[in-house]
Design a protein around this ligand. Structure first.
Ligand SMILES: Nc1ncnc2c1ncn2[C@@H]1O[C@H](COP(=O)(O)OP(=O)(O)O)[C@@H](O)[C@H]1O
Ligand SMILES: [Mg+2]
Length: 367
Protein backbone atom coordinates (compact mmCIF):
# COMPACT_ATOMS: atom_id res chain seq x y z
CA UNK A 1 0.00 0.00 0.00
CA UNK A 2 1.28 3.41 -0.92
CA UNK A 3 2.35 5.44 2.03
CA UNK A 4 2.98 9.10 2.20
CA UNK A 5 6.66 9.72 2.01
CA UNK A 6 8.16 10.88 5.25
CA UNK A 7 9.66 14.31 4.98
CA UNK A 8 13.05 14.32 6.66
CA UNK A 9 12.91 15.88 10.11
CA UNK A 10 14.42 19.35 10.18
CA UNK A 11 17.01 19.72 12.94
CA UNK A 12 15.19 20.76 16.09
CA UNK A 13 15.97 24.33 17.03
CA UNK A 14 15.25 24.80 20.70
CA UNK A 15 14.72 28.29 22.03
CA UNK A 16 16.85 28.59 25.14
CA UNK A 17 16.17 32.19 26.09
CA UNK A 18 12.94 33.89 25.09
CA UNK A 19 11.61 37.37 25.77
CA UNK A 20 7.97 37.94 24.97
CA UNK A 21 6.59 41.46 24.87
CA UNK A 22 8.95 42.54 27.65
CA UNK A 23 8.57 46.02 29.09
CA UNK A 24 10.99 47.35 31.68
CA UNK A 25 11.11 50.83 33.17
CA UNK A 26 13.80 51.93 35.64
CA UNK A 27 12.41 53.27 38.90
CA UNK A 28 11.87 57.00 38.55
CA UNK A 29 12.53 56.99 34.79
CA UNK A 30 9.75 58.28 32.56
CA UNK A 31 10.12 56.28 29.39
CA UNK A 32 10.55 52.50 29.44
CA UNK A 33 14.04 51.20 28.58
CA UNK A 34 12.43 48.14 26.96
CA UNK A 35 9.02 48.38 25.40
CA UNK A 36 7.46 45.27 23.95
CA UNK A 37 10.72 43.47 23.28
CA UNK A 38 10.52 40.05 21.59
CA UNK A 39 13.51 37.78 21.10
CA UNK A 40 14.13 34.03 20.92
CA UNK A 41 17.70 32.80 21.27
CA UNK A 42 18.36 29.26 20.11
CA UNK A 43 20.32 26.69 22.04
CA UNK A 44 24.02 26.82 21.19
CA UNK A 45 23.79 29.88 19.00
CA UNK A 46 25.91 33.02 19.13
CA UNK A 47 23.49 35.91 18.80
CA UNK A 48 24.51 39.55 18.59
CA UNK A 49 22.26 42.40 19.63
CA UNK A 50 23.18 45.49 17.62
CA UNK A 51 21.78 48.90 18.41
CA UNK A 52 22.69 52.52 19.01
CA UNK A 53 23.59 53.79 22.44
CA UNK A 54 20.51 54.04 24.64
CA UNK A 55 18.47 51.54 22.61
CA UNK A 56 18.13 49.18 25.60
CA UNK A 57 20.83 46.58 24.90
CA UNK A 58 22.31 46.51 28.39
CA UNK A 59 18.85 46.53 29.95
CA UNK A 60 17.91 43.51 27.81
CA UNK A 61 20.85 41.58 29.26
CA UNK A 62 20.07 42.78 32.80
CA UNK A 63 16.47 41.56 32.67
CA UNK A 64 17.63 38.20 31.29
CA UNK A 65 20.22 37.89 34.08
CA UNK A 66 17.66 38.96 36.68
CA UNK A 67 19.30 42.22 37.81
CA UNK A 68 16.20 44.20 36.83
CA UNK A 69 12.52 43.43 37.11
CA UNK A 70 10.06 43.61 34.25
CA UNK A 71 6.63 45.24 34.33
CA UNK A 72 5.08 43.41 31.41
CA UNK A 73 5.71 40.29 29.34
CA UNK A 74 7.57 37.07 30.10
CA UNK A 75 11.12 35.73 30.06
CA UNK A 76 11.86 32.02 29.82
CA UNK A 77 15.28 30.44 30.28
CA UNK A 78 15.73 26.78 29.47
CA UNK A 79 11.98 26.20 29.62
CA UNK A 80 11.47 27.91 32.96
CA UNK A 81 9.48 31.10 33.44
CA UNK A 82 12.01 33.32 35.22
CA UNK A 83 10.41 36.75 34.89
CA UNK A 84 6.90 38.14 34.60
CA UNK A 85 5.11 41.03 36.34
CA UNK A 86 4.37 38.77 39.32
CA UNK A 87 7.43 36.55 39.18
CA UNK A 88 11.15 37.17 39.61
CA UNK A 89 13.62 34.33 39.89
CA UNK A 90 16.85 35.50 41.57
CA UNK A 91 19.95 35.96 39.41
CA UNK A 92 21.87 33.12 41.16
CA UNK A 93 19.11 30.68 40.30
CA UNK A 94 19.03 31.63 36.61
CA UNK A 95 22.57 30.37 36.04
CA UNK A 96 23.55 32.82 33.33
CA UNK A 97 27.09 34.16 33.12
CA UNK A 98 27.90 37.77 32.37
CA UNK A 99 31.00 39.42 30.89
CA UNK A 100 31.25 43.19 31.01
CA UNK A 101 33.10 45.87 29.11
CA UNK A 102 35.37 46.66 32.08
CA UNK A 103 36.20 42.98 32.89
CA UNK A 104 35.25 43.56 36.58
CA UNK A 105 38.09 41.38 37.90
CA UNK A 106 39.06 41.56 41.57
CA UNK A 107 42.42 43.37 41.59
CA UNK A 108 43.62 41.77 44.83
CA UNK A 109 42.91 38.19 43.67
CA UNK A 110 45.12 36.10 41.39
CA UNK A 111 43.90 34.83 38.05
CA UNK A 112 43.11 31.41 39.56
CA UNK A 113 41.25 32.94 42.51
CA UNK A 114 39.29 35.26 40.23
CA UNK A 115 38.16 32.27 38.19
CA UNK A 116 37.46 30.17 41.31
CA UNK A 117 35.33 32.97 42.74
CA UNK A 118 32.37 32.02 40.59
CA UNK A 119 32.64 28.46 41.90
CA UNK A 120 32.59 29.46 45.57
CA UNK A 121 29.22 27.86 46.17
CA UNK A 122 29.96 24.58 44.47
CA UNK A 123 31.56 21.91 46.65
CA UNK A 124 34.29 19.59 45.52
CA UNK A 125 37.40 20.22 43.53
CA UNK A 126 37.16 23.57 41.89
CA UNK A 127 40.88 23.36 41.05
CA UNK A 128 40.27 21.00 38.18
CA UNK A 129 37.52 23.23 36.83
CA UNK A 130 39.72 26.33 37.09
CA UNK A 131 42.46 24.51 35.21
CA UNK A 132 40.03 23.41 32.52
CA UNK A 133 38.60 26.85 31.80
CA UNK A 134 42.04 28.52 31.91
CA UNK A 135 43.10 25.97 29.34
CA UNK A 136 40.06 26.86 27.26
CA UNK A 137 41.04 30.55 27.17
CA UNK A 138 44.72 29.67 26.68
CA UNK A 139 45.97 31.11 29.97
CA UNK A 140 47.61 28.08 31.55
CA UNK A 141 50.73 29.32 33.36
CA UNK A 142 49.11 32.59 34.39
CA UNK A 143 47.33 31.21 37.49
CA UNK A 144 49.34 33.23 40.00
CA UNK A 145 49.41 36.55 38.23
CA UNK A 146 47.33 39.52 39.31
CA UNK A 147 45.07 41.40 36.90
CA UNK A 148 47.43 44.41 36.67
CA UNK A 149 50.13 42.04 35.40
CA UNK A 150 48.01 41.14 32.36
CA UNK A 151 47.18 42.87 29.07
CA UNK A 152 43.62 44.05 28.43
CA UNK A 153 42.97 41.10 26.16
CA UNK A 154 44.25 38.63 28.77
CA UNK A 155 42.12 40.25 31.45
CA UNK A 156 39.08 39.86 29.26
CA UNK A 157 39.92 36.18 28.74
CA UNK A 158 40.13 35.74 32.53
CA UNK A 159 36.70 37.34 32.84
CA UNK A 160 35.42 34.95 30.19
CA UNK A 161 36.94 31.95 32.01
CA UNK A 162 35.39 33.11 35.27
CA UNK A 163 31.91 33.32 33.76
CA UNK A 164 32.26 29.94 31.99
CA UNK A 165 33.58 28.12 35.08
CA UNK A 166 30.17 27.44 36.71
CA UNK A 167 28.82 26.04 33.40
CA UNK A 168 26.19 28.69 32.78
CA UNK A 169 23.14 27.85 30.65
CA UNK A 170 23.79 31.03 28.70
CA UNK A 171 26.54 33.61 28.50
CA UNK A 172 25.75 37.32 28.21
CA UNK A 173 28.48 39.63 26.91
CA UNK A 174 27.98 43.39 27.24
CA UNK A 175 30.31 45.21 24.80
CA UNK A 176 33.20 43.07 26.05
CA UNK A 177 35.73 44.32 23.50
CA UNK A 178 35.07 48.04 23.48
CA UNK A 179 37.94 48.89 25.86
CA UNK A 180 40.50 47.22 23.63
CA UNK A 181 42.33 48.65 20.67
CA UNK A 182 41.05 47.88 17.20
CA UNK A 183 43.46 45.11 16.26
CA UNK A 184 43.21 43.28 19.57
CA UNK A 185 39.43 43.62 19.41
CA UNK A 186 39.30 41.86 16.04
CA UNK A 187 41.50 38.95 17.14
CA UNK A 188 39.90 38.55 20.57
CA UNK A 189 36.36 38.48 19.21
CA UNK A 190 37.32 35.63 16.88
CA UNK A 191 38.95 33.90 19.80
CA UNK A 192 35.90 34.35 22.04
CA UNK A 193 33.55 33.07 19.37
CA UNK A 194 35.70 29.96 18.94
CA UNK A 195 35.85 29.36 22.68
CA UNK A 196 32.11 29.61 23.33
CA UNK A 197 31.23 27.67 20.17
CA UNK A 198 33.65 24.87 21.13
CA UNK A 199 32.16 24.91 24.58
CA UNK A 200 28.63 24.87 23.14
CA UNK A 201 27.46 27.75 25.30
CA UNK A 202 24.50 29.79 24.08
CA UNK A 203 25.76 33.36 23.93
CA UNK A 204 24.26 36.81 23.55
CA UNK A 205 26.70 39.56 22.66
CA UNK A 206 25.63 43.18 22.88
CA UNK A 207 27.44 45.73 20.76
CA UNK A 208 27.04 49.01 18.89
CA UNK A 209 29.81 47.94 16.50
CA UNK A 210 28.28 46.64 13.27
CA UNK A 211 31.47 44.90 12.12
CA UNK A 212 31.56 42.98 15.35
CA UNK A 213 27.86 42.08 15.20
CA UNK A 214 27.94 40.98 11.56
CA UNK A 215 31.34 39.34 11.82
CA UNK A 216 31.00 36.89 14.66
CA UNK A 217 27.33 36.13 15.17
CA UNK A 218 25.17 33.32 13.84
CA UNK A 219 22.26 35.77 13.89
CA UNK A 220 21.92 39.48 14.55
CA UNK A 221 19.04 41.13 16.38
CA UNK A 222 18.82 44.83 15.61
CA UNK A 223 17.40 46.93 18.45
CA UNK A 224 16.06 50.43 18.45
CA UNK A 225 14.07 52.30 21.09
CA UNK A 226 13.65 49.36 23.44
CA UNK A 227 12.58 46.72 20.97
CA UNK A 228 13.96 44.34 18.37
CA UNK A 229 13.18 45.46 14.83
CA UNK A 230 14.80 42.66 12.88
CA UNK A 231 16.47 39.30 13.57
CA UNK A 232 18.28 37.21 11.00
CA UNK A 233 21.51 35.88 9.58
CA UNK A 234 24.03 38.72 9.15
CA UNK A 235 23.92 38.52 5.33
CA UNK A 236 20.16 38.68 5.35
CA UNK A 237 19.96 41.64 7.71
CA UNK A 238 22.52 43.45 5.55
CA UNK A 239 21.01 42.64 2.17
CA UNK A 240 17.35 42.75 3.15
CA UNK A 241 17.27 45.28 5.98
CA UNK A 242 13.66 45.52 7.14
CA UNK A 243 13.67 49.29 7.55
CA UNK A 244 15.81 52.23 6.47
CA UNK A 245 16.98 52.55 10.10
CA UNK A 246 18.25 48.97 10.08
CA UNK A 247 19.91 49.53 6.71
CA UNK A 248 21.76 52.56 8.07
CA UNK A 249 22.76 50.72 11.24
CA UNK A 250 24.40 47.77 9.48
CA UNK A 251 26.40 49.69 6.87
CA UNK A 252 27.84 53.20 6.66
CA UNK A 253 25.48 54.97 4.30
CA UNK A 254 23.73 58.13 3.20
CA UNK A 255 20.04 58.45 2.48
CA UNK A 256 18.65 60.39 -0.48
CA UNK A 257 15.14 60.82 -1.81
CA UNK A 258 14.30 58.76 -4.87
CA UNK A 259 11.49 57.96 -7.24
CA UNK A 260 10.77 54.55 -8.74
CA UNK A 261 10.96 54.28 -12.56
CA UNK A 262 10.66 50.69 -13.75
CA UNK A 263 13.68 48.70 -12.56
CA UNK A 264 15.41 51.92 -11.56
CA UNK A 265 15.29 54.43 -8.79
CA UNK A 266 16.10 58.00 -9.80
CA UNK A 267 17.88 60.16 -7.26
CA UNK A 268 20.02 63.26 -7.37
CA UNK A 269 23.03 60.96 -6.84
CA UNK A 270 22.17 59.01 -9.98
CA UNK A 271 19.98 56.25 -11.36
CA UNK A 272 20.36 52.87 -9.63
CA UNK A 273 19.06 49.32 -9.71
CA UNK A 274 17.24 48.77 -6.46
CA UNK A 275 15.92 46.16 -4.07
CA UNK A 276 12.77 46.82 -2.04
CA UNK A 277 12.69 44.67 1.13
CA UNK A 278 9.18 45.83 2.02
CA UNK A 279 7.60 44.59 -1.23
CA UNK A 280 6.96 45.68 -4.82
CA UNK A 281 6.68 49.41 -5.48
CA UNK A 282 4.70 51.11 -8.23
CA UNK A 283 6.16 53.55 -10.71
CA UNK A 284 6.40 57.05 -9.34
CA UNK A 285 6.59 55.98 -5.68
CA UNK A 286 8.79 58.27 -3.60
CA UNK A 287 11.32 56.35 -1.54
CA UNK A 288 14.14 56.72 0.91
CA UNK A 289 17.19 55.41 -0.95
CA UNK A 290 20.01 54.04 1.18
CA UNK A 291 23.38 54.49 -0.53
CA UNK A 292 26.10 52.43 1.10
CA UNK A 293 29.56 53.83 0.67
CA UNK A 294 31.03 50.34 0.05
CA UNK A 295 28.45 49.21 -2.43
CA UNK A 296 28.69 51.97 -5.05
CA UNK A 297 30.99 52.55 -7.97
CA UNK A 298 32.42 55.86 -8.99
CA UNK A 299 34.06 57.07 -12.18
CA UNK A 300 34.88 60.29 -14.03
CA UNK A 301 32.05 61.62 -16.16
CA UNK A 302 32.41 63.92 -19.14
CA UNK A 303 28.76 63.94 -20.22
CA UNK A 304 26.00 66.41 -19.59
CA UNK A 305 23.49 66.30 -16.81
CA UNK A 306 23.49 66.88 -13.11
CA UNK A 307 26.73 68.04 -11.51
CA UNK A 308 28.24 65.69 -9.00
CA UNK A 309 31.78 66.52 -8.00
CA UNK A 310 34.55 65.25 -5.74
CA UNK A 311 35.01 67.70 -2.87
CA UNK A 312 37.01 65.52 -0.50
CA UNK A 313 39.08 62.39 -0.52
CA UNK A 314 40.88 60.24 2.00
CA UNK A 315 43.32 57.56 0.95
CA UNK A 316 42.95 54.37 3.01
CA UNK A 317 45.21 51.88 1.27
CA UNK A 318 42.79 49.28 -0.03
CA UNK A 319 40.23 51.96 -0.84
CA UNK A 320 39.86 55.70 -1.08
CA UNK A 321 36.94 57.40 0.58
CA UNK A 322 35.47 60.15 -1.58
CA UNK A 323 33.08 62.89 -0.59
CA UNK A 324 30.78 63.81 -3.46
CA UNK A 325 28.76 67.01 -3.60
CA UNK A 326 25.36 66.49 -5.22
CA UNK A 327 23.43 69.07 -7.26
CA UNK A 328 21.43 70.21 -4.22
CA UNK A 329 24.63 70.74 -2.22
CA UNK A 330 24.12 67.56 -0.19
CA UNK A 331 27.19 65.46 0.34
CA UNK A 332 27.55 61.69 0.27
CA UNK A 333 30.44 59.25 0.74
CA UNK A 334 31.58 56.65 -1.73
CA UNK A 335 34.44 54.20 -1.23
CA UNK A 336 36.33 53.28 -4.33
CA UNK A 337 39.03 50.68 -4.69
CA UNK A 338 42.24 52.64 -4.96
CA UNK A 339 43.16 52.68 -8.59
CA UNK A 340 43.79 55.92 -10.46
CA UNK A 341 42.85 58.65 -7.99
CA UNK A 342 40.12 61.12 -8.87
CA UNK A 343 41.25 64.70 -8.46
CA UNK A 344 39.35 67.18 -6.34
CA UNK A 345 36.61 68.85 -8.36
CA UNK A 346 36.33 65.93 -10.83
CA UNK A 347 32.85 65.50 -12.24
CA UNK A 348 31.71 61.93 -11.53
CA UNK A 349 29.06 59.32 -12.21
CA UNK A 350 27.89 57.08 -9.36
CA UNK A 351 26.49 53.62 -10.12
CA UNK A 352 25.42 50.49 -8.25
CA UNK A 353 26.98 47.22 -9.44
CA UNK A 354 24.49 44.70 -10.82
CA UNK A 355 24.82 42.36 -7.82
CA UNK A 356 24.56 45.14 -5.25
CA UNK A 357 21.38 47.10 -5.89
CA UNK A 358 20.64 49.98 -3.52
CA UNK A 359 17.93 49.50 -0.88
CA UNK A 360 14.74 51.56 -1.04
CA UNK A 361 11.91 52.12 1.45
CA UNK A 362 8.63 53.89 0.76
CA UNK A 363 8.64 57.38 2.25
CA UNK A 364 6.47 57.60 5.32
CA UNK A 365 3.41 59.75 4.71
CA UNK A 366 3.54 63.06 6.58
CA UNK A 367 1.54 62.90 9.79
N1 LIG B 1 19.94 52.71 36.03
C1 LIG B 1 19.17 53.44 35.19
N2 LIG B 1 18.23 54.29 35.65
C2 LIG B 1 17.42 54.98 34.81
N3 LIG B 1 17.48 54.90 33.48
C3 LIG B 1 18.40 54.07 32.93
C4 LIG B 1 19.30 53.29 33.76
N4 LIG B 1 20.08 52.56 32.94
C5 LIG B 1 19.72 52.87 31.68
N5 LIG B 1 18.70 53.76 31.66
C6 LIG B 1 18.02 54.31 30.46
O1 LIG B 1 17.41 53.23 29.76
C7 LIG B 1 17.59 53.36 28.35
C8 LIG B 1 18.31 52.15 27.81
O2 LIG B 1 19.63 52.11 28.34
P1 LIG B 1 20.65 50.93 28.09
O3 LIG B 1 19.94 49.64 28.24
O4 LIG B 1 21.82 51.16 28.97
O5 LIG B 1 21.03 51.16 26.57
P2 LIG B 1 22.30 50.65 25.71
O6 LIG B 1 22.98 49.57 26.48
O7 LIG B 1 21.71 50.19 24.41
O8 LIG B 1 23.16 51.85 25.51
C9 LIG B 1 18.33 54.66 28.14
O9 LIG B 1 17.39 55.66 27.86
C10 LIG B 1 19.00 54.92 29.47
O10 LIG B 1 19.16 56.28 29.69
MG1 LIG C 1 24.98 49.42 27.19
Amino acid sequence: MAQEAHTPQAPQLIDLVTLRNVTATYPGAGAPALSGMDLAVREGEFLAILGPSGSGKTTALRVIAGFERIQDGEIHINGELVAAPNRHVDPERRRVGMVFQDYALFPHLTVADNVAFGLANSNGSSDARVGAVLDLVDLVGYENRYPHELSGGQQQRVALARSLAPEPVALLLDEPFSNLDRQLRASLRRNVREIVKDHGTTSILVTHDREEALGISDRVAVMDKGRVIQVGAPENVYRNSATADVARMVGPSDTVRGRIAGPWVDTEAGRFRYRSPTGPLGNGTFVETVLRAHDLELGPWEGDGAERRVYYREYQGEFTEYGIRLPSGRRINVRRRSIAPLEMGTKVIITAPFDRPVLVYPEKPLP
